[in-house]
Design a protein. Sequence first.
Length: 566
Amino acid sequence: MAQKAAVEAAILLALAGAVWLLYSPALRLGWTDDDFVHLRFLLTCRPFWYFFDAGAYREFPGHVLTPLLFFSLDVDRRLFGLAPHAFYVHHLTALSLCTAALYGALRVWLPRLWSAAGAWLFLAGPVTSSLAVSLPVRHYVEAVLLSALALMAWAAALRRPPGTETCRPAWKAAWVSAGLYFAACFAKEIAVPLCVLLPLLPPPGNRQVRFRERIRLALPHAAALSLYLVIRHALLGTLLGGYGFTVRPADIPSLLLRLPGKIAAELAAGRLSPAAAVFALGLAAGILPLFLPPHGRRAAAPTGLALLLAILPIVPVSTLMHPRLAVPAWLVLAVAFAVGGSALAAAERQGGHRLAAVAVIVACVSGFWLNRQAWSARFAEAERKTVENRFVLEMRKGDVLRQPLTLAASLLEVEWMKERVLRRPRGGFWFQDDLYLCLHRGRLGRVWSYDPGARRLVEVTRRLPALRARHCSSIRSGVPLRVSFQVVDKNLFWDLGPYRDGTYRFVVDDGGQAFEMPRSAGFRAQGRRVLPPLRVQYTSPTGWTTYSPELRPLLIEGWSLDWSRP
């Protein structure tokens, strides 16, 4: 018994330690992405507002309910001040605990090897690597951690089901599981479907627990879900929605058809590569046994339902895909691989154990290979944002930052932090599109731009004439371009064309701000009546670009605008 416990402890420590081996460079990062807007709300709102303040939630960009994320970041702020290093230590610690808890949850049902394989795959997936470099997505990590703990408590309840002489501990475990589930929902709503899946899970250890009894044990979870929905509606004013992009009902079928491809692209680190192809083969070898006899009837339906519940909620917000949106689907696939591989290994008469061994080796090794490719790109992007944001905090009068990678809305929060919290004088400015160079040909000051090779900002003031000439000469002012705006139900919708390849952006302030946008989408007006004048930019895969003239969207119900250049 002591030896088995030592082995389990060693696996847990190895999985937790793998987080630091894979992602410890994140400790060098500073504030990036939406860090500053979260900090602003923590610094300016009432203490612990995130548990009760509906007004603050409805003002927060994105209109989401994530109180445990704010609480987690607030704990860091109160303990460590505004030192990002400590935030990242907490962040990686949470990811370590998440991986260990996932192993523990799988271990209740599966052998040691396959539990470790499932936890490792989740940790090494390209999607998970995106979580390690961004503090504002810690709630995904914490939601998975709390869900895994809820699963372990649920398994304890099934060991002493209602109707037996020892049913009282079962109800205690069920209520503990429901409490953890409730907390997971408040970390991130990706945990909500767990309530549906719990009664469908087979009892651990080949125990016989009737489906009716499992439904009874899930009643505390149903109560927790009901309470969560009541609180969500009270704080947000809605049960659904909560993100900037919105969709028309007619657009949902096309979004649904494109979503599996978008998720697959995230799982493949954004591109088809030898590592991605090998990884896909390894995953398929482990997952397919779940859909084949003799396991197909019992396992296919719960697995398919879990994947459906992981995909459907993100359809409306998948207009502009982010890696974090693929986390639920990736978690289901990693768990399905572990379950399917275990079932395959048990089929010794058909040589299943050999096939299972090949599948786990291929998937785990190619997963690590793909992880390193994805991590290299994602860490480089986060490192660049760190360098640029630090520069904005230190920028003096006469300094100009060219093409910062951070979104313009977040850069405005950086400037707020600089002036209101750090009490530093306003100085310098930035622009995100080189159209600014074409429209402003006078002296700008000392211009700085990020050098990926040197991994730092370098002064490019002397190179401005060449940079200006290169971008201005790439502009084709006579090529076709089409823009259509329409305001429906207080939402602004647009259709851009005629090109399907390449990228579209909305450019504001002569290039001062630029936002990459889908060809066809909609955005919540959130009480605005007017947007600043904007240009629509299209950039071809071959390098040339074109702009519309300045357009002035009015957020008035029924307003529309159609502009085209034949």
